[in-house]
Write a protein that binds this ligand. Structure first.
Ligand SMILES: Cc1cc2nc3c(=O)[nH]c(=O)nc-3n(C[C@H](O)[C@H](O)[C@H](O)COP(=O)(O)OP(=O)(O)OC[C@H]3O[C@@H](n4cnc5c(N)ncnc54)[C@H](O)[C@@H]3O)c2cc1C
Length: 418
């Protein structure tokens, strides 16, 4: 009789990511409800010689979830497990969606220090790929990780905290290759409100203001539009009759002292609200995104090189060029390791051949020493990763220690990190 997992499971169920560009059919899809069930599922896989991958919300565009072995769904492993307002810390189960963190944190006088464009991801998925927002003084979710409980490739539970910086820096960005994160602790901020301002400046005007805007705002980012219909592809509202060609949909958030509910504003473009309600965005129409990271001091040069590429060689590629900033950190596989960073993202339309365009972007930004978002389309191979991430071998040493037999590797992660 074939062996089956000792936790709720389904067989041969097809999985597809949010963008629709990655899929797989695992032998077993399991949905553990407790850490013990995660442990049981991993031990089952080890006994059967099956590889294991975890999935969060499936919002990555790269093949970093896919497996033909055991796929662990984490959406039953949710909830805050503790807050410490004095130390500004929060603990939660590994599958907790970011959208479920804001309210309980607020009730304890706390907020996430920064957030990205959406809040649909699981906290572990966000940590695994160094998901970030924008703000030159603010780091990614990964850098905020201070402690984690992991089910390793030995079929054991380990805790990694600040007393073991070597292993913590590996765990902060691990693309799911050290094991399954069942519980995490993040450093957070005292709770804060944000006031939003949306504007649509032409590039000639915006380029002169970048330094000042970065200094003046907690969050500053923009989406530069090469075509009149670019903004609509990301569902960005723009004023009637304004031709967005060469303009940027520009977001600024500053911290504000607001009294609730009287001071809250929900009007699009002028919102003033609790921080976590301002960050959470839409993005309902799928796209396929590439995201590269250049040193902040070369950011302006890289933006203008990208604009030139889009205008001259790829005039039919219409998605905006999103530009953000992230503070440097020390995590071994972090794209922000050791450097403040300018983030450049572009997308291709599903069902079109965007590959020549994205390859040209890779070639261009490669000249800037660009690193990549592990969850978004990129062209890095092992040699480039080894060259661009100075602590790559430190990461691999921890990986080998926690998962010597490669239980948590699939073809993509084995090629890059195995
Ligand atoms: C519409 C949209 C908007 C986005 N906006 C941003 C943004 O603003 N900023 C940004 O940086 N990125 C952004 N992203 C990218 C996204 O944040 C990352 O791809 C993130 O990893 C997705 O989280 P997830 O929960 O969907 O994880 P998945 O995509 O499901 O998984 C990502 C990785 O995490 C691993 N993993 C998941 N759970 C666990 C666990 N419990 N233990 C160990 N490993 C685990 C998986 O194995 C996989 O390797 C966006 C993506 C989309 C589609």
């Amino acid at each position: 009789m074939p062996s089956t997992p000792p936790v709720p499971f389904r067989t041969e169920q097809r999985w597809t990511n949010w963008g629709g560009n990655q899929s797989c059919t695992p032998a077993f899809t399991v949905r553990p409800r407790t850490e013990q069930e995660v442990l049981d599922a991993v031990r089952f896989a080890i006994r059967e010689g099956l590889p294991v991958r975890a999935m969060g919300a499936g919002h990555s565009f790269t093949p970093i979830v896919a497996t033909d072995g055991v796929l662990i769904e984490t959406d039953a492993l949710t909830g805050i497990t503790g807050t410490d307002s004095a130390r500004r810390r929060v603990r939660m189960r590994g599958g907790t969606p970011i959208s479920e963190i804001g309210d309980p944190l607020w009730d304890n006088g706390l907020s996430l220090s920064n957030q990205g464009d959406i809040d649909k991801q699981s906290i572990s998925g966000a940590i695994a790929t160094a998901t970030h927002g924008s703000g030159i003084e603010y780091t990614s979710f990964s850098e905020r990780l201070r402690w984690v409980r992991l089910v390793t490739g030995h079929g054991e539970i380990v805790e990694i905290g600040e007393e073991d910086l070597h292993r913590l820096r590996a765990a902060q960005v691990a693309v799911g290759t050290l094991g399954i994160m069942t519980e995490v602790e993040l450093a957070v901020s005292p709770r804060y409100h944000l006031r939003e301002e949306i504007s649509y400046p032409h590039w000639d005007q915006l380029r002169e203001q970048i330094g000042a805007e970065l200094a003046a705002n907690r969050h500053f980012s923009f989406l530069w539009c090469p075509q009149p219909d670019s903004a609509a592809l990301y569902e960005l509202p723009t004023p009637d009759g304004l031709d967005m060609t060469g303009r940027a949909y520009t977001k600024k958030y500053v911290e504000a002292e607001l009294a609730e509910p009287g001071d809250l504003v929900t009007e699009e473009g002028r919102r003033a609200d609790r921080a976590y309600r301002i960050y959470a965005g839409g993005f309902m129409i799928p796209f396929h995104e590439l995201e590269y990271y250049v040193p902040a001091e070369r950011g302006l040069e890289a933006i203008e090189a990208m604009q030139d590429l889009m205008r001259t060689r790829f005039p039919n590629e219409r998605y905006p060029l999103e530009t953000r900033w992230v503070k440097g950190d020390q995590a071994y596989l972090s794209p922000f390791h050791g450097r403040d960073t300018t983030v450049l993202s572009v997308s291709g339309a599903p069902e079109t051949d965007y590959w020549p365009y994205l390859r040209a972007v890779d070639e261009l930004l490669g000249e800037f020493g660009a690193r990549c978002h592990w969850g978004k389309i990129h062209f890095l191979d092992r040699d480039r990763v080894a060259r661009l991430y100075p602590e790559f071998e430190s990461f691999r040493a921890v990986r080998r220690e926690l998962d010597p037999d490669g239980v948590f590797l699939n073809a993509t992660t084995r090629r890059l990190f195995g």
